[in-house]
Design a protein around this ligand. Structure first.
Ligand code: 7RM
Length: 646
């Protein structure tokens, strides 16, 4: 393979925390060999009310995962109060850039303290206390991280639901974790959409969410919304009538911090649960090392806070490091394709973190959007969410970074809490398409189908972790058995990621993508089973099978094979009804890109759909269909290839 390597810029290495590959390798070896010593040293990065008694207690067979046992701390205190105590109260925590370029705000750490304390008191007044779940259904507005930190301050557990999810999805997530309170906004703005009905979606969800006692509504646009007497409260009215101080709750290191739902290969989304001490330390330390963060940096992560990337690398990691960040409400192409670069220019962003899908969409529009802006402030560029391919990697490197910024391709998951495989910008030579080497304390292995470790380089396999790290999820909320079955059962003694990977001659990892039925559409993680379930609810649909196919911009697109009930004709109304149903059941981001109506699906005699065949058809790999002799009716394959609908 021998791809060209890109060395870290000397200027950056000189002042970086880790300055050479040798530095990295030695420290990585030590981090595995003396794992507990290593993490207890790193844990000094954060402030504890009470020191832990034991660093870790891990058993993947149960599974049991505990870090910093007996330690007490508060995440909001670590993200705000301690910086103020260190004299940094006037530093900017957030620059907020609205969807419309004319709208912006800034918030210092002192101001953040005031807002978080007040809102914490509001939560208490509405009967929220330690351990209660609070659902956050909001767009990218400052009140979202404020609400997260306020929950953390009083020990409530937040469950953020990405703002594009439908009311049905919202309802299911609220009910799964029995949230007592829902925080939302009147309506949302994103690109040319200026009236996203957040509150009215929430109203529909709450009708079937008996655990919700109250809602708090941020007035973002001033659009008229229905406010139910006694149940619904305006954010701005509430915060005015409370005290501006609130003592942080002393939380146990293993007390839950948040739940975040993520898609798996089967059934309903899982409530990934993260706890307090290990998660915060892992977000804090990875942010500092992987972005080589310095107090003079301006950092911008373009992800949505409703996903894990936003939790760890907009809210908790940066704030714990007393960073100054940009939070952006809008989209890359509004008002035009230069918007990202306008923002980099306006705030002199030095650390920039985005998704390959955004890069592909921007690359397609030509270089002039970027070249007409001043991007000279940039120092480190990051990507996350899906494999980055060589064309967009090189474009990012040359056109955005002017060949002077290292690219950190960061591989991780909702489940891992923070970045697991990534270059360190001052130490690791990079290769396009490779997330390179494991972070400190991370011990990846490649397994074969039988669970044997694949030793040596230039090998492909299933990516698993041999040992725990502090940011690891602790359970699936309310279903520890599912936690065990999903991640620890197929390969005993390992955490299985669900991804495949290749390790090249230098031991560098190239993530090849999911090996299960999970799609990655524009960085959104979507289970094929969820989409199939949604399509199946459309009138006239008998059955659906969904697979991914290569898509120029989205990375993967959604390809649905659909059979209709006898007597139902294929027409555009049916197609529309499928789109509408998926939007209602999940959200617009899960709509199929292609629908192929067919009279039958390729099934084995026991009735299992052979997705391999559908994947081949969706990707136009028609030469080798492999063994189709186990199909109940092999003639289905020819019909599918020809596109016969009858
Ligand atoms: C952070 C996040 C996780 C899945 C993961 C992979 C894919 C993420 C990369 C990547 C190749 C990367 N959490 N993935 N980062 N694939 N290179 N740098 O995305 O839970 O939403 O998704 O995303 O398949 O398993 S997530």
């Amino acid at each position: 393979m021998n791809k060209k390597k890109y060395n870290p810029p000397q200027k950056l290495s000189l002042n970086a925390n880790y300055k050479s590959l040798k530095d990295y390798s030695e420290e990585h070896k030590r981090s595995l060999k003396e794992n507990d010593v290593f993490w207890s040293e790193k844990a000094e990065r954060i402030e504890w009310f009470k020191k832990w008694k034991k660093v870790s207690d891990i058993d993947f067979t149960l599974p049991k995962i505990e870090w910093f046992i007996g330690g007490k701390l508060n995440v909001s205190y670590n993200c705000i109060d301690r910086h103020i105590k260190n004299g940094k109260g006037d530093a900017i925590a957030f620059y907020w850039e609205g969807n419309d370029p004319s709208e912006s705000k800034k918030l210092t750490y002192n101001q953040l303290y005031d807002k978080v304390c007040r809102f914490s008191n509001v939560l208490k007044n509405l009967n929220i206390s330690k351990g209660d779940r609070v659902c956050l259904y909001m767009q990218m507005i400052p009140e979202l991280p404020i609400a997260m930190l306020s929950c953390a301050r009083i020990g409530a557990v937040h469950s953020a639901v990405f703002g594009a999810f439908s009311s049905d999805s919202l309802r299911d997530r609220i009910n799964d974790s029995k949230c007592k309170l829902l925080i939302t906004q009147d309506t949302g703005v994103r690109g040319t959409k200026n009236n996203i009905p957040m509150k009215s979606n929430a109203d529909v969800a709450i009708e079937q969410s008996p655990s919700i006692e109250n809602t708090i509504v941020v007035m973002r646009t001033g659009e008229k919304v229905h406010m139910k007497n006694k149940r619904d409260h305006w954010w701005h009215e509430q915060i005015d009538s409370v005290k501006p101080h609130c003592e942080p709750e002393h939380m146990d290191a293993e007390d839950p911090l948040f739940i975040l739902y993520t898609s798996g290969s089967t059934g309903t989304p899982k409530g990934v649960m993260h706890t307090t001490g290990g998660y915060l330390l892992y977000a804090d330390y990875t942010f500092s090392s992987i972005f080589d963060h310095k107090s003079s940096d301006i950092y911008w992560c373009t992800a949505d806070i409703g996903w894990i990337t936003g939790h760890s690398y907009i809210t908790y990691g940066p704030l714990s490091n007393c960073a100054t960040s940009v939070i952006f409400e809008g989209v890359p192409n509004y008002p035009d394709f230069g918007r990202f670069w306008d923002i980099v220019d306006k705030y002199q962003v030095s650390l920039f973190y985005t998704a390959p899908t955004a890069l592909r969409a921007l690359m397609k529009e030509g270089d002039s959007w970027a070249q007409s802006r001043d991007l000279s402030s940039l120092r480190v560029l990051g990507t996350v969410g899906e494999p980055i391919k060589e064309p967009e990697w090189k474009w990012y490197y040359k056109i955005i970074g002017s060949k002077k910024c290292p690219i950190v391709d960061t591989w991780w998951q909702t489940e891992t809490g923070g970045i697991m495989i990534s270059p360190l910008p001052g130490a690791t030579p990079t290769k396009p398409g490779s997330a390179t080497l494991p972070f400190f304390g991370v011990d990846p292995v490649l397994l074969d189908e039988n669970g044997n470790e694949i030793i040596g380089n230039n090998k492909n396999g299933l990516l698993a972790m041999k040992s725990s790290w502090p940011g690891q999820m602790r359970t699936v909320y309310g279903d520890h058995q599912r936690f065990k079955e999903t991640y620890f059962t197929q390969f005993k003694g390992y955490y299985f990621t669900g991804d495949g990977a290749k390790r090249d001659e230098d031991g560098y990892y190239f993530i090849t993508g999911r090996v299960d039925d999970v799609l990655n559409v524009s960085g959104h993680r979507i289970g094929t089973a969820e989409v199939e379930g949604a399509i199946g609810k459309a009138d006239g649909v008998a059955e659906a099978a969904v697979v991914g196919y290569n898509h120029d911009i989205k990375g993967q697109g959604i390809y649905a094979f659909v059979t209709l009930m006898t007597g139902i004709e294929v027409n555009s109304a049916i197609e529309m009804s499928i789109f509408k149903t998926v939007t209602k059941e999940i959200g617009p981001h899960a709509k199929p890109d292609k629908i192929q109506f067919t009279s039958g699906l390729p099934k084995t005699r026991s009735g299992k759909i052979m997705r391999r065949i559908l994947r081949n058809i969706a990707n136009s790999n028609l030469e080798d269909m492999g063994d189709i002799s186990t199909l109940a009716d092999p003639s289905v394959v020819d019909k599918l290839i020809k596109g016969d609908q009858k």
